[in-house]
Design a protein around this ligand. Structure first.
Ligand code: HEC
Ligand code: HEC
Length: 468
């Protein structure tokens, strides 16, 4: 392990010769092996100047990686929309195969063979943050623009931009479904909930406790990259970020970050924002932390100023310490009434109703439960998950310690099984967003689980996932 770190990311051979990027080490002096973040040593204006000068190269490097790994083009499925009815679901496998291989050939090989011949499609590997050395939260442009219009708050960073195209992110703004009012359907009125409009939109349909929880979830507090101190990554001093800046309308807008749970910096994996729909039945929270309640998660996200696992630097920036009985409890109660989108073809047992489902969807369900073994972990009841973490052991298929844009690939280890309810609404997939479409996830699990599905079975499985 030691040698990966030394040969690794920040000062290593991976980008010698690209002089602009070598400056990254100067403007963001994170020692590769540090646990603690050092205090800024340069004036803010200087850091900003260097970051801005580097930005085109940083973005080009990430675009090259994405283009090498994926087909990011806009190819919607005919007539399949996300739950709000406004955005098409994207079609097809987007992970690119290595030259002269096919998915079937790969599925016939042993993991060791794939590893030794370096044949795992690169898109199955962990996805780096757009700027691994700095990390931090990165918002998609539509979220940035809407928050600016409504609140005059600026979520745009000067050092990086969001890296995925709009067609591969969730619909925006997403619909909101309440467990307390199924008969109302989407209660968002097509708007993004913000501190400016939430009262008007929700008045009369939620309780005072839920309303206060919602207010707190929409209130910006200082965060690592968005705050008043000189180590921020926004031009103007910032009042911060709110919970629902990432969990837009309690769903996700594909904003990403780095995991708080791993050190050193080069090993921290990217985290794609999870949806908060259907939290009411979930028992463990966070891909790695396995916090045991929505209350724990809510309190902790605020205490450490989000995702850097660093209460020390959070304190310097002006952390908000929410009061557990009065504030956290209400924030949790509000989160716990957010429902999944309706799945009209599922019966009360979570099985497809044969009177409503197509033959292909029913066949997909049989594969999900039988040959594909998906139901071993994604239990087909309310949640389509098992409230466990599982180690998929993907590193059987690749050599660990490879460096991609300053990120060192190590084994993922155990990760929370995510719910599959409403799954068509939340691309990109997996904890780091490394897979763009449901067809990609089917190819991924086909290989990782060694279940050898046929072409037709894979298509049926995708058709089934769209019903959930
Ligand atoms: C920077 C974007 C961002 C902000 C801001 C943010 N979250 Fe999250 N949230 C995430 C990501 C990413 C995850 C997945 C974490 C993981 O996998 O470890 C997550 C996970 C969660 C979960 C656990 C979901 C699960 O899998 O069970 C809860 C609950 C949650 N957030 C609530 C909140 C609350 C409450 C706030 C405000 C105090 C907040 N979030 C602010 C991005 C964000
Ligand atoms: C051994 C347990 C296990 C089995 C079996 C399994 N999964 Fe998963 N699934 C997981 C875990 C764990 C994750 C999260 C992995 C990650 O993010 O790195 C996941 C994630 C997913 C996701 C992405 C969810 C999201 O929100 O991004 C999809 C889609 C999925 N699985 C579909 C399937 C299908 C289809 C099958 C069957 C072919 C299957 N899974 C079999 C454990 C399992």
């Amino acid at each position: 392990m030691w040698k990966f770190r030394r040969s690794g990311a920040f000062f290593g051979a991976s980008f010698t010769g690209i002089s602009v990027l070598a400056v990254a080490a100067v403007s963001d002096p994170l020692p590769p092996d540090a646990t603690y973040r050092p205090l800024p040593t340069m004036p803010f204006s200087e850091v900003r100047r260097i970051d801005e000068a580097q930005k085109p190269d940083v973005m080009r490097r990430q675009r090259d990686l994405l283009d090498r790994r994926y087909d990011l083009s806009d190819r919607p499925m005919p007539e399949v929309m996300m739950s709000g009815g406004m955005k098409p679901v994207q079609d097809g496998i987007r992970v690119k195969l290595p030259a002269d291989t096919s998915w079937d050939q790969l599925a016939e090989m042993t993991p060791a063979e794939i590893r030794d011949k370096n044949l795992l499609p690169e898109g199955f590997l962990p996805l780096p943050h757009v700027k691994q050395a700095t990390g931090g939260q990165v918002f998609p442009n539509r979220q940035i623009d809407e928050i600016h219009v409504q609140e005059m708050r600026d979520l745009r960073r000067f050092d990086v931009d969001f890296d995925l195209p709009d067609n591969l992110t969730p619909e925006f703004p997403p619909p909101i479904f309440l467990t307390t009012h199924p008969e109302l359907g989407d209660v968002s009125r097509g708007q993004l909930l913000t501190i400016k409009n939430f009262y008007e939109i929700m008045n009369g349909i939620i309780t005072p406790v839920q309303m206060e929880g919602l207010r707190l979830l929409l209130t910006p507090f200082p965060q690592e990259e968005f705050n008043q101190t000189e180590d921020r990554k926004v031009a103007d001093q910032s009042t911060g970020v709110s919970c629902l800046d990432c969990h837009s309308n309690f769903h996700t807008n594909a904003a990403f970050h780095l995991t708080p749970d791993v050190r050193p910096q080069a090993d921290r994996f990217r985290l794609d924002t999870t949806s908060l729909r259907g939290l009411f039945n979930q028992q463990i929270h966070g891909s790695k932390r396995s916090l045991r309640s929505v209350e724990d998660f809510t309190e902790f996200e605020q205490r450490t100023a989000y995702f850097n696992g660093d209460h020390v630097s959070a304190t310097r920036k002006g952390v908000n310490l929410p009061d557990r009985p009065n504030q956290v409890a209400m924030m949790a109660q509000m989160q716990n009434i957010i429902d999944f989108p309706p799945a009209p073809k599922l019966d009360p047992f979570g099985r497809l109703d044969p009177a409503l489902a197509t033959a292909q969807e029913l066949s997909g369900e049989q594969i999900f439960i039988g040959k594909g073994r998906c139901a071993d972990c994604h239990v087909p009841q309310t949640e389509f998950m098992d409230n466990n973490m599982h180690d998929l052991k993907l590193e059987r298929f690749y050599k660990i310690g490879q460096v991609f844009n300053d990120f060192v690939t190590l084994p993922d280890g155990p990760i929370k099984t995510f719910t599959l309810r409403g799954i068509k609404d939340s691309p990109p997939y997996m904890h780091d967003g490394r897979l763009m479409t449901l067809a990609d996830t089917v190819e991924f699990f086909n290989l990782v689980l060694g279940v050898k599905l046929t072409e037709q079975e894979k298509k049926d499985l995708v058709a089934y996932l769209l019903t959930l």
